[in-house]
Design a protein around this ligand. Structure first.
Ligand SMILES: Nc1nc2c(ncn2[C@@H]2O[C@H](COP(=O)(O)OP(=O)(O)OP(=O)(O)O)[C@@H](O)[C@H]2O)c(=O)[nH]1
Ligand SMILES: [Mg+2]
Ligand SMILES: [Zn+2]
Length: 312
């Protein structure tokens, strides 16, 4: 049988069989032997949204064995530092919803830039959502949001508390498979509980000391729309988004506003961080490229270059 992964913990996976009635319980599946050998180095070989083949267990009703993962259209992943392996948070998405908040936790363009990089590398369309807009949006944050709009990203403002923008967001997401991703405490689960009638995701308090979330959601979970197909995946918030699978020398291609200047620098192998005659730095100086975006690029470039030096 073919099915969709709804969630997985400790290598037990909840699977909805294709064509199964909504009222039926999910299949409780395990992984068959070494079938996923080629993805063994991943933190989690299966993630919500994955399409799998599974064989129902003839002796145990409702249980089964997963025999294969179907090829992924795309995946949203991060680098899991503790385990030194890639961790997929959601797979086979039509849209990545990058949830942010303006004040608590504070707006973090650094996180957005990294998430947009990972999405762009998977050709995954992204929507920027600013939740908690009942807390007000500073002029500085508005300026930063305008930078993303200029880059072609949609920015949607909403608030779970005031209800502003929630039904519009629901309309935009229905029929699609999307994932809510972002830092801990921005209100992903709160938002999902407002968007989805069946969602009763636990919502957490912010730590008063650090003004950030406490990692309330600790594994990804798929919620299917009742009609029209697709669904929403709630994901655990991360404090820092570690990127992977990209070389420092390739990073500039993932910054769309750099593209017109690439190939025009004085040096062939320009890092666009310090070289004289750099066309990107010139565009930065003349205000065409936003300093924050360049700053995040330069930091990430150093990080990737440093990691490469350690490996070689
Ligand atoms: N003022 C305000 N508070 C909100 C809003 N949405 C959520 N919150 C609060 O923000 C806190 C964190 O919400 P969660 O939904 O748990 O955040 P999360 O993004 O799921 O966090 P993790 O699961 O840790 O990644 C809770 O105390 C919510 O009540 C909003 O629109 N406005
Ligand atoms: Mg949550
Ligand atoms: Zn350059």
């Amino acid at each position: 049988m073919r099915g969709t992964i709804y969630w997985g913990i400790n290598n037990i996976f909840a699977v909805r069989g294709e064509g199964d009635q909504e009222s039926l319980p999910l299949w409780e599946c395990r992984l068959k032997g070494k079938v996923l050998k080629d993805v063994e180095d991943e933190y989690n070989p299966l993630s919500p949204g994955d399409q799998v083949d599974f064989e129902p267990d003839t002796d145990h009703r409702g249980k089964g064995m997963i025999s294969a993962r179907r090829p992924r259209v795309n995946a949203y992943s991060r680098w899991n530092k503790k385990r030194s392996s890639p961790q997929t948070l959601a797979a086979n998405l039509d849209l990545l919803v990058l949830v942010t908040s303006p004040l608590s936790p504070p707006f973090r363009p650094r996180f957005l830039d990294r998430a947009l990089l990972m999405a762009g590398r998977e050709d995954l369309p992204a929507l920027i959502v600013v939740n908690k807009c009942d807390q007000g949006i500073s002029e500085d944050t508005e300026d930063r949001l305008a930078v993303y709009q200029d880059l072609g990203y949609d920015v949607h403002l909403c608030s779970v508390v005031s209800g502003e923008g929630v039904s519009e967001l629901k309309e935009q997401l229905s029929g699609l498979t999307s994932a809510l991703v972002g830092q801990s405490g921005v209100g992903k689960s709160s938002l999902l509980n407002r968007l989805h009638v069946d969602s009763r995701q636990k919502v957490g308090e912010l730590s008063t000391k650090h003004n950030r979330g406490n990692h309330t959601t600790n594994f990804s979970l798929y919620f299917p729309w009742l009609t029209g197909g697709g669904g929403v995946i709630d994901t655990p918030g991360v404090r820092e988004l570690e990127v992977f699978g990209i070389q420092a020398s390739q990073l500039a291609f993932s910054w769309p506003e750099f593209r017109p200047y690439l190939g025009q620098c004085g040096f062939n192998l320009c890092s666009h961080t310090q070289e004289p005659g750099c066309a990107v730095l010139k565009a930065l100086e003349s205000g065409i490229i936003h300093p924050d975006r360049w700053d995040n690029y330069a930091k990430l470039y150093q990080e990737l270059a440093e990691a490469e030096r350690q490996w070689t």
